[in-house]
Design a protein around this ligand. Structure first.
Ligand SMILES: C[S@@+](CC[C@H](N)C(=O)[O-])C[C@H]1O[C@@H](n2cnc3c(N)ncnc32)[C@H](O)[C@@H]1O
Length: 293
């Protein structure tokens, strides 16, 4: 039996994926080959496929060419120091969210025993990272979608994260924690429906719609969450909300308009795009905004 060099199969797959407009065809081909062989990517160069492995690899390449997310095919997504299990029904965590978590971990340094809530938890990438990187924190993860909840429960198994099934905008969800949460980290659905046409097929055809889109302007979930976060946080507690880069003005303005937050700041991702807003819960209990200059 003649075994095909992986390098040749990868070259063939790269052509197939490039023709399907996959953004990083060579890297994806190599990662799929490494997955089939259970080898690190760096060790592919002299490896060979058996007929069975080659057939499996070509099947995965066909799926990737139809724009199934790479992480759904390999079953895992890297996120900071961990790998989370992902597949159909759950949002694949993105690198920009790692920056939001970094901000949260910096905040936690002087507050090691803090109560942290990952709101809109999806796979649980944020909650699990916080437990791994700040083990003294008490972590809750709120998610409402039944399919996502299955992935979330699997990813936080054994980590001591409390999973809360429910709509995070509902004031009865986590009501027992009102005014006692130290830190909220949130990556909600926020893509404006009006921008859907420009998105890659991986997002429009495979990421769960309710995980990505936040209504026409992208703010349907963020708007009610801001007031809910003010209810949950203790005075001096903090929050970080990821948002679309087109929300650089509107999200800080909505946070200000709630009237209960101070120290409102806009943050940028590694590509320099404005991607999340942080704020501190002030000591005033009222939600009345003072928008005077
Ligand atoms: C963009 S994904 C983020 C997932 C994860 N936090 C991450 O960063 O990879 C948004 C998640 O919020 C969930 N979600 C949307 N609206 C929600 C709501 N009102 N309450 C709780 N979860 C919600 C969706 O099901 C989805 O899993």
């Amino acid at each position: 039996m003649l075994r095909l060099l992986v390098a040749d199969a990868v070259a063939e797959a790269t052509t197939v994926l490039a023709a399907a407009h996959v953004a990083s065809p060579r890297v994806d081909a190599e990662l799929l080959a490494a997955f089939v062989l259970a080898l690190p990517r760096a060790k592919l160069i002299l490896a060979r496929f058996t007929d069975e492995q080659l057939e499996r690899f070509r099947g995965l390449v066909r799926d990737r060419a139809s724009r199934v997310p790479l992480q759904y095919l390999t079953g895992t997504a890297p996120f900071r120091r961990i790998e989370v299990a992902v597949g159909p029904g759950v949002f694949v965590p993105r690198p920009e969210t790692e920056v939001l978590v970094e901000w949260g971990l910096q905040w936690l340094r002087p507050h090691p025993g803090a109560a942290v809530v990952d709101v809109c938890a999806g796979s649980g990438a944020i909650a699990a990272s916080v437990r791994v990187e700040a083990p003294g924190a008490t972590v809750y993860a709120v998610e409402r979608d039944p399919a996502a909840l299955e992935w979330l429960r699997r990813n936080v198994l054994g980590l001591g994260v409390t999973v809360v099934a429910g709509d995070a905008t509902d004031p009865t969800v986590l009501a027992d924690q009102d005014r006692s949460v130290d830190l909220i980290l949130c990556n909600p659905p926020y893509v404006p429906e009006i921008g859907a046409a420009g998105l890659p097929a991986e997002v429009t055809a495979h990421d769960p719609h309710a995980a990505v889109f936040g209504g026409t302007d992208g703010l349907d979930v963020i708007r009610p969450l801001i007031g809910r976060f003010a209810d949950l946080l203790r005075p001096g507690g903090a929050m970080a909300i990821e948002h679309d880069e087109t929300h650089a003005y509107v999200v800080p303005t909505l946070v200000h308009a709630d009237g209960r937050f101070t120290d409102i700041k806009l943050h940028h991702d590694l590509a320099g795009r404005p991607r999340f807003t942080t704020a501190t819960r002030g000591s005033s209990g009222s939600g009345v905004a003072d928008l005077r200059p």
